[in-house]
Write a protein that binds this ligand. Structure first.
Ligand code: XIL
Length: 353
């Protein structure tokens, strides 16, 4: 004991301080993971989980090491959670994902309650009156938010409601919700979600709006109107399914986030991937890394941006090849063997202060 005591005090103070400084700077310069880097900046960094936990140990390990928020890639969608008949919910897969997240202190985003795609057949093929469809939607929102109350901190309440038309006056996508309920379905959905779980952050999620343009303007006006009517919308999800062409556009992301922030909305980047036209090569990977790095830096710097999630993390499990007939892929930050790609290092660097 006395020997230890002696040793401690025989080290000159400047050496001790110097050592401490090196330890601190080494730590600051090199967080062990994206999760650690994001935590230090008070932000969330995350991924969409394909399938469910327990299928591949390497996948699960990498996920909890790197991320502090998860979203189900498919499991919470209407068509997945309620496939067979009205009122018959099967929560087994999303519950497994939520349980895995809780065990590993990872937050959960909910995706998504109202969407034109991946609806159950019993619903999309049905003929509904306005009253019936309103009832079904209300019931679905109430069921989901009751089941996940206190477990899902943010919900994509409405996904992809804005029309892709270049016509600035054509605001809404003409899907079955719009056709039967009219544009009021958006306000209704947010109000119903808020009435069931007043604590949840309620998000409007959209693609193709991150760098401004006609579609962004439509979304902005729609959200401004909702805010003015007192609709409980808390934030916007920018999906960000982009490609290498985004290289010269990333500087526009900051102003998009600030404009939405000025409306009193938080911004979450919800589905980032940077698709590459296959085959992939080193040059393309470097361009991709630059894009991921720029976006991560903006997400960290902009106060209104609270989260950055990618639509997966390993190229082994990505929707891109399947959705482009094998033409595009390689859009995430780990390769198929779970090795970090240049995009991973660029993100880590950009997120480290
Ligand atoms: C995709 C999934 O990744 C696929 O597995 C599924 O077959 C179709 O949907 N925008 C969204 C996501 O909001 O839900 C989509 O996910 C990708 C585009």
């Amino acid at each position: 004991m006395s020997k230890l005591f002696n040793i401690r005090f025989t080290w000159p103070v400047p050496v001790l301080l110097g050592g401490l400084l090196i330890a601190l700077t080494a730590n600051a310069a090199e967080p062990a993971s994206l999760r650690e880097a994001a935590q230090a900046r008070g932000k969330l960094v995350g991924f969409a989980m394909f399938g469910k936990p327990g299928l591949d140990a390497k996948y699960d390990e990498t996920a909890v090491r790197e991320f502090n928020v998860v979203v189900c890639e498919n499991a919470m969608k209407f068509g997945c959670v309620c496939p067979a008949a009205r009122g018959q919910y099967d929560f087994s897969v999303p519950d497994a994902i939520v349980g895995f997240a809780q065990t590993n202190k990872v937050k959960v985003r909910g995706h998504c309650l109202v969407w034109h795609f991946q609806q159950p057949n019993w619903f999309s093929r049905g003929e509904w009156s306005k009253h019936e469809m309103g009832d079904i939607l209300h019931e679905h929102i109430r069921t989901m938010l009751t089941h996940y109350k206190g477990k899902v901190f943010a919900w994509d309440v409405v996904n992809e409601a804005i029309s892709d038309s270049k016509d600035p006056h054509e605001i809404y996508r003409k899907d079955n919700y719009y056709d039967v309920l009219g544009p009021e379905y958006l306000d209704m959905a947010f109000r119903w979600a808020h009435e069931t779980d007043p604590q949840a952050r309620l998000i409007y999620n959209e693609y193709g709006t991150e760098f401004g343009g006609v579609k962004f303007e439509k979304m902005y006006q729609m959200l401004k109107g909702m805010k003015a009517r007192g609709v409980p919308v808390d934030g916007v999800g920018l999906q960000m399914h982009i490609g290498l062409g985004a290289k010269n556009q990333t500087q526009k992301l900051g102003s998009t986030i600030r404009k939405l922030g000025e409306l009193g909305l938080e911004v979450q980047i919800t589905e980032l991937d940077v698709a590459i036209d296959l085959p992939c090569d080193d040059k393309k990977l470097q361009t991709q890394a630059k894009i991921f790095g720029d976006i991560a830096a903006t997400a960290m710097e902009e106060k209104a941006c609270t989260a950055l999630l990618m639509w997966g993390f390993t190229d082994k499990h990505s929707w891109l090849p399947q959705f482009s007939n094998g033409k595009r892929g390689c859009g995430l930050i780990f390769d198929e063997q779970y090795r970090p790609k240049p995009a991973y290092s660029a993100m880590l660097k950009a997120m480290t202060k």
